[in-house]
Design a protein around this ligand. Structure first.
Ligand SMILES: [Zn+2]
Length: 595
């Protein structure tokens, strides 16, 4: 069995050597300065209990046990990755083996302390149970438990992902835990304590390590950067801390990346670019445009985001996260929001928008994200989502048009029609200025109408089928992006035999057949059909093409919807009445179907 002392990451690496050499000639190029930051997580790994961030309940138990020399022999740490399990094990190993004596404040100077810090102390044994679950492995490990430590007073075993051990391994472990040798301490770490046998659980002192909150992480990052003399913006650290999702290790690694990305500084702009997230400022501009019902500004934002090459799924995620924060602020105002650098702006928005509207916006954004792959392109899908939010905003009748159902041009001034318009058998009422109706609207969007594409269920065989009648339905449900999506949407099905799928693409769209898009489509279809797939493209014209493409199908559907909307406006008795009374006429180009 490979039981190795903890990783030798503390040993001086290439960067250290390089820096010394260069310092020797009195010249330190700027690149080398960044390199020295690439190891923040190592450099700033806490070396004693007082440097550990968070986990105070665990620290207290360990410190008391050490100082009173009454330390339990087995600890179970439950918690996610990067919250400090290995760090605690190292400090504990040092505390127990410091040549100055057992205490919660090891000297850090003696050979044992230095070896632990350098990650090469032989009596700290780290085992990853995920890769060693066999009973023989555990036996070998536990055989060694009986031997006295080779350098220090105690052997410290850190068994990570302990729940992965096999039943027989647990039995072997249990025997040791029942009568532990006095010179051994066990630290078990797990992300899933439920999977541990109760016999093991009952012999451990269990601690649930908490994920670190945004303030704890960003505070620690700020502290490090101050000591490293790196220039930073607090908001950038908040962004990193949010992205790290409770893990200090992830936060430090992101911080390393941010420093090299920003050429030695940590600014919001770079961090947002690096994380692919929107800056809080951009989000606030977008949300306030929505709140104030400023259609042109909303579209301008969307245009800018597209120009910046943003991934609109991520943009919608950021929008969702901000709406969630607004909702929290509205409904749980007493909660501590002090880590929000944009607290004031957020408060302002939360006062301008009713809680129901926030919920509705959230729903719309969520559906927008889901439907994004089906939109003609991500930008238009994103815009439709924003326009949908606008269309449910209460507004003044004589305000500038956003996306009205139709505008009736009367002799005096344009008047918005607020009549229910029946499209595809569903009645919606828009822009009534009453937020009470939002429930009804929310239901309206929650269940979008199915398209008319025929679903053909494969029967009799478990193997997925592909044929002319289910082609459109299958490709519309495949997870495809950008160019591959365009290629698939414009391809008509011809045949599927063996490994070969023959598709047709019209000559004018033949440029969509790129090697990359074809390979991607082959791979996705292959996965769906559970076999290797080779696609062959024919180039017949539309007239020669016997089956439809998804793109054609969609455009036909759009035309049908448009026709229905036009009909319903023209047949509307209320509009007819306005025609007669005011000499009004319908501006045809403003009729939009409600889909
Ligand atoms: Zn020491």
């Amino acid at each position: 069995m490979l039981v190795s002392p903890s990783d030798p990451e503390g040993s001086s690496g290439a960067f250290g050597l390089e820096r010394r050499d260069l310092a020797g000639v009195g010249y330190r190029p700027i690149m080398v300065r960044y390199m020295s930051y690439l190891v923040l997580a190592r450099k700033w790994r806490p070396k004693n209990f007082s440097e550990v961030i968070g986990q105070q309940h665990v620290l207290r138990a360990l410190i008391n046990g050490l100082d009173q020399d009454r330390l339990h022999h087995a600890f179970l740490f439950a918690g996610t990755r990067g919250v400090g399990k290995t760090t605690l094990a190292r400090i504990l190993a040092k505390s127990l083996n410091c040549e100055q004596g057992v205490s919660s404040t090891p000297c850090g100077e003696c050979q044992s302390c230095q070896e632990v810090d350098a990650g090469r102390f032989v009596d700290l044994i780290e085992v990853d149970a995920a890769s060693r679950t066999k009973v023989d492995d555990t036996r070998e490990l536990l055989d060694n438990v009986q031997y006295a430590p080779s350098r220090g007073r105690y052997k410290v075993y850190l068994i990570d992902e302990v729940h992965m051990l096999s039943t027989s391994s647990f039995n072997a472990l249990l025997k040791t835990l029942e009568e532990p040798p006095p010179h051994v301490k066990f630290l078990f770490a797990t992300t899933d304590p439920q999977k541990l046998p109760v016999t093991i659980l009952s012999r451990c002192l269990q601690f649930n390590l908490r994920r670190l909150d945004v303030t704890q992480i960003s505070g620690h990052l700020a502290n490090i950067l101050q000591q490293e003399s790196v220039e930073f913006e607090q908001e950038a650290l908040t962004e990193i801390a949010r992205a790290a999702d409770g893990s200090m290790r992830d936060a430090l690694s992101l911080l390393d990346q941010a420093i090299s990305f920003g050429a030695g500084t940590v600014h919001c702009e770079h961090v947002n670019q690096m994380l692919g997230t929107l800056s809080q400022q951009q989000l606030h501009t977008l949300i306030s445009a929505l709140v104030t019902n400023d259609g042109p500004s909303v579209l301008e934002q969307s245009y800018e985001l597209a120009a910046q090459g943003r991934d609109f799924t991520k943009v919608l995620n950021d929008l969702l996260a901000m709406l969630q924060r607004i909702a929290t602020l509205q409904l749980v105002p007493d909660l501590d929001h002090s880590d929000d650098t944009d607290h004031e702006q957020l408060t302002l928005v939360s006062q301008q928008l009713s809680p129901e509207m926030v919920q509705l916006f959230y729903q719309i954004a969520l559906h927008g994200k889901r439907d994004l792959p089906y939109a003609a392109d991500p930008k238009s899908g994103f815009e439709m989502t924003l326009l949908r939010m606008l269309s449910f905003q209460p507004k003044q009748i004589d305000q500038k048009e956003a996306i009205p159902t139709a505008i009736v041009d009367s002799a005096k001034k344009p008047v918005k029609i607020n009549q229910p318009v029946s499209v595809k058998g569903t009645e919606y009422q828009q822009n009534t200025g009453e937020s009470k109706r939002t429930d009804q609207h929310a239901q309206g969007i929650a269940e979008p109408k199915p398209t008319k594409i025929v679903v053909t269920e494969a029967t009799g065989s478990d193997k997925p089928q592909l044929n002319a009648s289910n082609w459109l339905n299958i490709i519309s449900n495949l997870k495809l992006t950008a160019l591959t999506r365009q290629l698939a949407d414009n391809s008509a099905f011809i045949a599927y035999k063996g490994e070969k799928i023959t598709l047709n693409i019209t000559p004018e769209l033949a440029h969509l057949v790129s090697e990359k898009a074809q390979q991607r489509l082959e791979s996705v279809l292959g996965k769906y059909l559970e076999q290797t797939i080779k696609i062959i493209f024919q180039q017949n014209t539309v007239q020669e093409q016997s089956t439809a493409t998804l793109a054609a199908e969609r455009s036909e559907q759009t035309n049908i919807n448009q026709q229905r909307a036009t009909d319903s406006i023209h047949n509307d008795p209320a509009i007819d009445a306005m025609r007669q009374a005011f000499g009004a006429r319908v501006i045809e180009s403003t009729i939009k179907p409600l889909t």
